[in-house]
Design a protein around this ligand. Structure first.
Ligand code: MN
Length: 261
């Protein structure tokens, strides 16, 4: 691995030992000038990383809530699942990525909230920085909390998050339909599960739809364009599926939109 000293807040860092003493229901700390983005801010050096600074977002009334899934080859490959809520992006790291198959439960580790501006970030975090490696915008779209009778508001999302049982709908390019995030008894561990509906499928979308939702690029192409180190470039290339899947996703992208004129 990298051989560098773990920073505060990373697995193995000093704060993870302290964090174990916190009760499992503890909310993220809400301290400092950056509020709930303080942890995001503290982990990063903005003179070095191209990631956006900690800044709360604003939302015009009626604008739908954003979601994004970022494929991230850091120390390990994972998919960062982010839901806009009250001016920031609530975030979970999913080692195996989301599955549209209702029988598959995917572990989702709650991580620090990210700024809304992060939804546009696709590139490379330099070696030695927190989360160093290649980031792809794998999917993006809009989301809403779900109730028995339809869609809920932010207050509904607050109540369901507090219960550890957030039901929601996604409308993205790869992920869609009804889903749930369920908190487990373990600190910060949730499960992401697809509900049965017309968008459920047994496809492994991480293999069949491997390209960026915004640029159509592979991980290797993103790494190369951002001037990644040789080691990061090799790791990014290893995170891409075999070429035949890439060409199938490329062909889909170039096909004319269905239902168009
Ligand atoms: Mn990540």
């Amino acid at each position: 691995m990298t051989g560098r000293t773990p920073r505060s807040g990373e697995p193995g860092g000093a704060s993870s030992r302290r964090a174990r003493k916190r009760p499992s229901s503890a909310a993220l700390p809400d301290l400092g000038q950056y509020g709930r983005l303080a942890e995001y801010d503290r982990k990063r050096h903005f003179g070095v990383t191209p990631e956006p600074a900690a800044k709360m977002g604003t939302r015009e009334p009626g604008r739908p809530l954003e979601f994004v899934v970022q494929k991230h080859r850091a120390g390990h490959l994972h998919y960062d699942f982010r839901l806009e809520h009250r001016g920031l992006m609530l975030s979970w790291a999913i080692p195996k990525g989301p599955s549209p198959d209702p029988v598959v439960k995917r572990l989702a580790m709650e991580v620090e909230p990210h700024p809304l501006d992060y939804n546009q970030f696709e590139g490379v975090i330099p070696e030695g920085e927190y989360g160093g490696g290649t980031v792809m915008i794998w999917d993006k779209g809009v989301w809403a909390p779900a109730t028995k009778n339809g869609l809920g508001d932010e207050g509904e999302a607050d109540r369901q998050l507090a219960k550890g049982d957030l039901k929601f709908v996604l409308l993205g390019e790869k992920l869609a339909g009804s889903w749930v995030l369920v908190r487990t008894r373990r600190e910060r561990q949730w499960l992401l599960i697809k509900h049965r509906d017309q968008y459920a499928s047994e496809d492994d979308l991480t293999i069949t739809r491997p390209l960026s939702a915004v640029s159509g690029r592979t991980m290797a192409e993103i790494a190369r364009a951002a001037g990644a180190s040789p080691r990061q470039l090799e790791q990014a290339a290893q995170a891409d599926p075999p070429a035949r899947h890439v060409s199938a996703d490329t062909a889909r992208r170039k096909a004319p939109p269905r239902g168009g004129r």
